[in-house]
Design a protein around this ligand. Structure first.
Ligand SMILES: *Cc1c(COP(=O)(O)O)cnc(C)c1O
Length: 457
């Protein structure tokens, strides 16, 4: 009989709680600091921005946090997501390795981001929040939050980086179809946006400015609106752990346990989602798993950044946290994996890399698209440009197995499909996609602007 290639977990076996990695983290948990005073942020400061339940999750030391029933009901629309074995890719590579991937592209918006969007909208609704404000680059996060807000009947205000708003309108139409208000950022709707426009009416925008506008709009609303972030924060990583918990049960159905677990990392949330359950096994059960975060050579936060205190946003309105960073004044190149273009990294993921529990790799975008196209021709799915980084790393590990003759078990997270990213695929196919490695001198320059923090020194 042919081997199984698809492992579906029945709804009755879906996770009932999220896995909280806080109690497992090596080293002390350092608090976020106020950008002005550089003292630990107060609950009053944070509660202007975020629903209280989410702030509680950020600090929680509980091992598991129960998933509320209404959230589990909505997860059923696309979860549990499938685990697949890429046997056709294995054959193409001629590798003895077993390659498995968890496919998050089956969510209605095509990526893992819906997992936290639904949870955040649920808690916001419970606390009487009338609207969420947020930022989006290419629109993946904005689409997910717009859908979740529609489901819980709260308003959604999205500040979308102007170049994307003009050049990549399809995800904007997705957001508007869900009922969101989408503004090109910098916009005339916030003080932050008006300030930028006064200096340059044709400003193309940046994620940093869009974040500032989202925060600004929430702060100015007297509590009616809260600000939502789609990656980076502990509660976002927490909500994504349904991915890894399901994958662990599905690997058991396949009769295997991964030797290598791989995820791409922008702010760190889909990586955290697939990895944290395996991190816990590694730390508690002594499992010898290699756990790999993959980033673009154009934004090498973990592989070339520094582990230090830095601002979480581009302009210094958000808290200062201990993390790997390229410096908050980092200006990203226009590579296609928009979701990976962020100067910092989840403090939890950063700590795990710092302590050697997790390793990091970086690849050039051209090599990741080559991997994505090879994957698509074997397995059918054309991955999101971000996910292509995980595909590339999985292929490299499988090729190493071919050389060594080892039949290692590789699991990677396919965080989303690339169906809205065909301009990028077209550029790759026409040989127009540039190679780009972020220059060391630019990192050194940006690192001169990180705040000089006394806390804990
Ligand atoms: C946003 C996004 C990412 C990067 O964000 P993380 O928080 O690091 O996961 C990766 N893949 C896809 C498909 C995305 O939309």
């Amino acid at each position: 009989m042919a081997e199984s290639i698809r492992f579906d977990l029945p709804t009755s076996k879906a996770p009932t709680s999220w896995l909280n990695i806080n109690p497992d983290l090596p080293g002390p948990m350092l608090p976020p600091l106020h950008p002005g005073t550089q003292e630990p942020v107060t609950p009053e400061f944070m509660s202007v921005l975020s629903p209280m339940a989410l702030l509680g999750q950020d600090m929680s030391m509980d091992e598991q946090i129960e998933i509320p029933d209404p959230v589990r009901e909505i997860y059923k629309l696309w979860r549990p997501t499938p685990l697949l074995r890429a046997t056709r890719l294995e054959k193409e590579l001629g590798t003895p390795a077993h390659i498995y991937y968890k496919y998050e592209g089956v969510s209605p918006v095509g990526s893992h981001k819906a997992n936290t969007a639904v949870a955040q909208a649920f808690y916001a609704k419970e606390e009487g929040v009338r609207a969420f404000t947020t930022e989006t680059g290419a629109g993946q996060w904005g689409s997910a939050l717009s859908m979740a807000c529609a489901m819980f009947d709260i308003a959604c205000e999205v500040y979308m980086v102007r170049v994307s708003y003009d050049q990549k309108p399809f995800r904007r139409y997705v957001m508007e179809s869900y009922g969101a208000s989408v503004y090109a950022s910098p916009s005339p709707h916030t003080d932050a946006g008006r300030g930028v426009l006064a200096e340059n009416p044709d400003h193309p925008g940046s994620l940093g400015i869009a974040i500032s506008e989202g925060i600004n709009a929430a702060v100015a609303s007297n509590g009616a609106k809260k600000y939502s972030l789609g990656s980076f924060l502990p509660h976002v990583c927490l909500h994504q752990t349904v991915i890894g918990q399901e994958a662990m049960a599905q690997m058991e159905m396949a009769g295997e346990y991964p030797d290598i677990v791989i995820g791409c990392a922008g702010g760190g949330s889909n990586f955290a989602g697939v990895a944290f359950p395996f991190v816990r096994e590694k730390l508690r059960a002594g499992k010898n798993t290699r756990i790999v975060a993959v980033e673009p050579a154009a934004c090498p936060t973990l592989t070339k950044g520094e582990y230090t205190w830095d601002a979480a946003d581009g302009v210094g309105m958000a808290p200062i946290v201990m993390m790997y960073t390229l410096g908050h004044t980092f200006v990203p190149a226009g590579i296609h994996a928009g979701g990976l273009r962020y100067h910092g990294m989840s403090p939890q993921v950063s700590g795990l890399v710092k302590h050697g529990v997790v390793e990091a790799q970086a690849y050039d975008q051209v090599d990741t698209f080559e991997a994505g196209v090879q994957f698509g021709r074997c397995e059918g799915i054309l991955p999101a440009p971000e996910s292509n980084h995980a595909v590339k790393a999985a292929i490299v590990e499988a090729q190493k197995c071919k050389e060594s003759g080892e039949a290692k078990v590789i699991l990677f997270n396919l965080s989303g499909h690339g169906n809205f990213d065909m301009m990028a695929y077209s550029q790759y196919l026409n040989g127009e996609l540039p190679r780009y490695e972020y220059p060391d001198a630019a990192i050194a320059e940006a690192m001169t602007h990180v705040p000089d923090v006394e806390f804990g020194a």
